[in-house]
Design a binder for this molecule. Structure first.
Ligand code: C2E
Ligand code: MG
Ligand code: MG
Ligand code: MG
Length: 292
C-alpha cells in the first residue's frame, strides 16, 4: 500500500516538477537574449529630503518586458540571473544605461543628485568590477560623485576583508556607497564604522507597520540613531502613508522613497518631469499635500 501511495505521489509530482524545471530553462534562455532583443528597461524612483521639499536622488530599477509573459519583476529574474551568471552582462547594461540617462538629465539642467544602482552579491564580487565601472563612467561622462551603488549586508558580510577593499577602491574613484535593505540581514555593528559608505537604507519591512509602534518601530528608530551618530545619510524605503512619513520625519530620518511620493517612473516620463524640475520643482505641491 505504501508502495502504491509512493507511486501515486510520484505520478502526482513529476509533471509539476518537470514543468517548473522547463519554465526556468525557458526563462533562462529568453533572459539570455533579453538584452540584445531590447527587452530590458529601467525605471527610476526618486528619493526626497524629508525636511526640504526637494528630490535628492534617483534609484534605477530594472524591468523585463517579456513578449509573452508581460512585465516580469526583478524579484523574479534577478535571482535567476544571479544563479546563471547572466547578472554580469545584465548588471553592466543596467549601470551603463543608468549612467547614460543620468548624464543626459544633468546636462539638461536637472538639479544635481545621485543615481543609485543596485549591485547584487555576485556583481559585487566580480573580479573586474572596478575596471568595469571606471570604463562606464569614462564612456558615459558621468562624474563619479553622481553614482551611488547599493549593496546589501549579505554581499559584505560573506568576506568582510575583501568587501572593505572593494568598497575603498570604489570610494577612491569618487563613487558613493549605500547599504540597501539595512536591518534585514546580518551585519556587525563594529564593522559598520569601517565601511566607507555614505548611506543606510532602512528596509521596507520595518517601515510597513511603523506606526503601530512595536518592534519594527523600535528597530527603525535605532537605525536612524545609528546612522546619524556615524554621520551617515539615512533613507526610509517603501513610504506609503502620511503617517509613516510624519513618524520618520519626527525621528530625524533624512530622506524617503516610496509610493507616497512617486512610483518608479519610466525614463521617458522622468525626462519630461525633469523639465519641470528645472525652474521649480513641480512635486512641490504634491509634497506639501503629503505634509513635508
Ligand atoms: P530594492 O533595491 O530594495 O528596491 C526597492 C523596491 O521597493 C523596488 O521594487 C521598488 O519598486 C519598491 N518600492 C518602492 N517604494 C515602495 C512602496 O512605497 N511600496 C512598495 N510596496 N514597494 C515600494 P522592484 O523594482 O520590484 O525591485 C525589487 C528588488 O529587485 C530591488 O529591491 C533590488 O533588490 C532588485 N533589483 C531591482 N533592479 C535591480 C538591478 O538593476 N540590479 C540588481 N542587482 N538588482 C535589482
Ligand atoms: Mg535598492
Ligand atoms: Mg531596498
Ligand atoms: Mg530589496
Amino acid at each position: 500500500q505504501a508502495k502504491e501511495k509512493g507511486r501515486n505521489t510520484f505520478h502526482f509530482y513529476t509533471p509539476e516538477l518537470h514543468l517548473r524545471a522547463h519554465d526556468t530553462l525557458t526563462l533562462e534562455a529568453s533572459l539570455r537574449k533579453a538584452i540584445e532583443r531590447d527587452q530590458l528597461c529601467l525605471h527610476f524612483q526618486p528619493q526626497f529630503s524629508l525636511t526640504r521639499r526637494r528630490p535628492v536622488g534617483l534609484e534605477a530599477l530594472v524591468r523585463w518586458e517579456h513578449p509573452e509573459l508581460g512585465l516580469i519583476s526583478p524579484d523574479r529574474f534577478i535571482p535567476l540571473a544571479e544563479e546563471t551568471g547572466l547578472i554580469v552582462p545584465i548588471g553592466e547594461w543596467v549601470l551603463r544605461t543608468a549612467c547614460r540617462h543620468h548624464r543626459e538629465w544633468l546636462k539638461m539642467g536637472m538639479r544635481p543628485m545621485r543615481v543609485a544602482v543596485n549591485l547584487s552579491r555576485r556583481q559585487f564580487r566580480q573580479a573586474n568590477l572596478i575596471e568595469m565601472i571606471g570604463a562606464i563612467l569614462d564612456e558615459t561622462g558621468l562624474p563619479p560623485e553622481y553614482l551611488e551603488l547599493e549593496i546589501t549586508e549579505s554581499s559584505i558580510m560573506n568576506d568582510v576583508g575583501s568587501a572593505i577593499a572593494t568598497m575603498r577602491a570604489l570610494r577612491e574613484m569618487g563613487v558613493h556607497l549605500a547599504i540597501d535593505d539595512f536591518g534585514s540581514g546580518y551585519s556587525s555593528l563594529s564593522c559598520l564604522k569601517q565601511f566607507p559608505i555614505s548611506k543606510l537604507k532602512i528596509d521596507r519591512s520595518f517601515v510597513r507597520d511603523l506606526t503601530l509602534g512595536g518592534e519594527n518601530a523600535a528597530i527603525t528608530q535605532a537605525i536612524i540613531a545609528l546612522a546619524r551618530s556615524l554621520g551617515l545619510e539615512v533613507v526610509a524605503e517603501g513610504i506609503e502613508s502620511k503617517d509613516q512619513l510624519r513618524y520618520l520625519k519626527k525621528r530625524g530620518c533624512h530622506h524617503g522613497q516610496g509610493f507616497l511620493f512617486s512610483r518608479p517612473l519610466p525614463a521617458a516620463g522622468l525626462a519630461e518631469m525633469a523639465q519641470d524640475w528645472i525652474p521649480r520643482f513641480t512635486f512641490g505641491r504634491r509634497l506639501q499635500a503629503v505634509g513635508i
